[in-house]
Structures are given as structure tokens and as C-alpha cells.
Design a binder for this molecule. Structure first.
Ligand SMILES: [Fe+2]
Ligand SMILES: [Fe+2]
Length: 183
């Protein structure tokens, strides 16, 4: 049976695939703003809204209950990474708006913030998969993992339809077709 940490690792697979697309955009010096806006929307609604919410609202508080510190150590590092990621995305989104308004000098800033997000999230997901989630697996027993997984499912059902979740995936796959196969 799938555990709560495995559920989060499965989200990471799609987030990493989106990040690979972003890297292609940076390498290609992409100027298609609708593709850029789709990437921002997927980060905001899938990586952050869907995935980080499960971590911040459910997993991390449970780990704090189990004795992990909120102020230092792995949970606080993960929260700090999430905040830093939101900063990159805010600046990326502002850059796209400026570029759409005709400001060509916003492009380097767009690529800079995309690359910042790419590097941050790859390192962040590595830390979660290799360190924090393995610590969580040791700290949580089978029943606690199952309860957490059920809470994830409740949050997902309350906030997203199956169609919305499926659309995140098909949107990422659609971008992969454009950026990974033809470049
Ligand atoms: Fe995270
Ligand atoms: Fe994560």
C-alpha cells in the first residue's frame, strides 16, 4: 500500500518534469509568453497549491508534533525553500508581465528567475526525497502514514476535481511534447 511520503514523491516526479521543461525554455531563450504563463500557473496551482500545501499543512505539522523543530533543522529548511521558491515565481511572473507590455529588457530577468527556481527546486526535492521523507518514514508508523494519506485525499477532494488534477498532468505532458521532443 502506498504511503503518504510515497504520494508526495509521486508529485515530485511531475514537478521535476515541469522543471526540465523550464530548463529547455531557458536554454532556448524562449519568448512564448503563453507557455511561460502556463508554467507559472502550474507552479502556483500544482507545485505550490496542491503539493506544498500537503507538506506545509499536514506533513510538517505532524512531524513537529513528533518532536521535529519548526525553527531549525530539516522542516524549517524546507519551509524556507518554499518561501524562496514563491519569491522566484513572483519575480518571474512580474517579468513576464513586463515583457508582454513590450519591455524586452525583462527577458534576462525571466530566465534568471526561472533558473533560480530550477536550481532551488531540484535541490529541495533531493533533500525531501533523500533526507526529510526518510526521517518521516522512521518517525511515523504504518497507521500514521495511512491517516496522513487519507488527509491528503480529503484535501485533494475538497480543493480539486479529478479533472483538474488530470489537467495538471496533461498540461505538463503537453509542454514536454513541445520542449523535450523537438529540441
Ligand atoms: Fe517541499
Ligand atoms: Fe515536496
Amino acid at each position: 500500500m502506498k504511503t503518504a511520503t510515497q504520494n508526495l514523491e509521486n508529485d515530485h516526479v511531475y514537478i521535476l518534469r515541469l522543471i526540465d521543461v523550464m530548463e529547455k525554455m531557458v536554454i532556448n531563450c524562449e519568448t512564448n509568453t503563453s507557455h511561460m504563463e502556463l508554467v507559472v500557473s502550474l507552479i502556483q496551482h500544482y507545485a505550490d497549491g496542491f503539493h506544498h500545501a500537503k507538506e506545509e499543512n499536514l506533513l510538517f505539522p505532524l512531524l513537529v508534533q513528533k518532536g521535529f523543530s519548526n525553527e531549525q533543522g530539516p522542516v524549517s529548511v524546507m519551509l524556507h525553500d518554499h518561501a524562496e521558491g514563491r519569491n522566484f515565481v513572483k519575480k518571474l511572473s512580474n517579468g513576464i508581465s513586463l515583457f508582454k507590455a513590450g519591455n524586452v529588457s525583462a527577458l534576462p530577468e525571466i530566465y534568471h528567475n526561472m533558473q533560480g527556481y530550477i536550481d532551488l527546486l531540484r535541490a529541495h526535492i533531493g533533500k525531501e526525497n533523500n533526507v526529510l521523507f526518510r526521517m518521516a518514514d522512521k518517525a511515523l508508523n504504518e497507521a500514521e502514514q495511512e491517516e496522513l494519506l487519507n488527509k491528503f485525499a480529503k484535501v485533494e477532494i475538497a480543493n480539486y476535481t479529478n479533472g483538474q488534477i488530470q489537467k495538471f498532468i496533461t498540461d505538463i505532458e503537453g509542454l514536454e511534447v513541445i520542449y523535450n521532443e523537438h529540441n
